[in-house]
Design a protein around this ligand. Sequence first.
Ligand code: DON
Length: 310
Amino acid sequence: MGQQDGQALMELVAGSRSQCHKGKVADYIPMLAKASAETLGIDLHKIGEKNPLEAGDSTTVFTMQSISKVFTLILALMDWGEEVIFEKVGMEPTGDNFNSMVKLELVEPGRPFNPMINAGAIAITSLIKGASPQTKFKRILGFIRTVAGDEKLDYDREIFESEVATADRNRSLGYFLKHNHFLEGNVEAHLQVYFKHCSISVTCRHLARMAMIMANNGLDPDNGKEIIPKRYVQIAKVFMISCGMYNASGEFAIQVGIPAKSGVSGGIMAIVPGKMGISVIGPALSNKGNSVAGVHLLQRLSEKWQLNMF
Ligand code: DON
């Protein structure tokens, strides 16, 4: 990617910065509230390019939060296959908030609607193979390190502790799932693994590379090695389009038109199939939990470079 693209990206970031004040940094996990609402950065990794393009505050370190749900889903699919996984979670959007429990009680048999909402992601985490919670997390971290291409990735202890201390809603989801037989075993142990994978620290560089691997149907373009089976990339992309931006997924699909997953830290990972991976960070969130300036930036980028896949 040339100098011109870099200049265009810088201008796009400058133009979206004014949106930061329209959102609010998440504070329901107290340590997340330390992030700056003014931050906005982007990294764009084209398939086959050695040097990704960056602009704005792209070196900001943040936690994956719900973006990790894409990779726990893929790992669980690699562990068990589709049949087993879709007995425990559904394939449909909810239209509710990401931490909602309303449908678990209202809609029989209480199966989480999809693996991108908290209830579905907690059920998926419980299925990751491993003899202990430590082994399960080690496998998740190892997988994420491979996709991100960085063996040094780790989780942020402070964010993890902060979430553990304030996660009563996720605890209730876990026990509700167990009551309905969509999760087995020690709920607290499963939750610890879930909180840890949400707390894995990354930059936009990592997430753009992870999205680039998915844009390339799971193959590492450097050596042709399969990191993720194509079928599971396909499934993950469908969930990203239909539920990746929570109950703003329809709006995002219309305005931006590419599969994406957001997290409450303000990160978004987006895939342009066959072309590139993109990641933005902008901690100021909309009331639906998505980065306000990040979505604005992706929308303008999509329009300018005609990335909409529909
Ligand atoms: O379950 C939680 O509260 C977080 N660890 C993850 C939530 C999240 O990122 C939802 N996203 N928008």
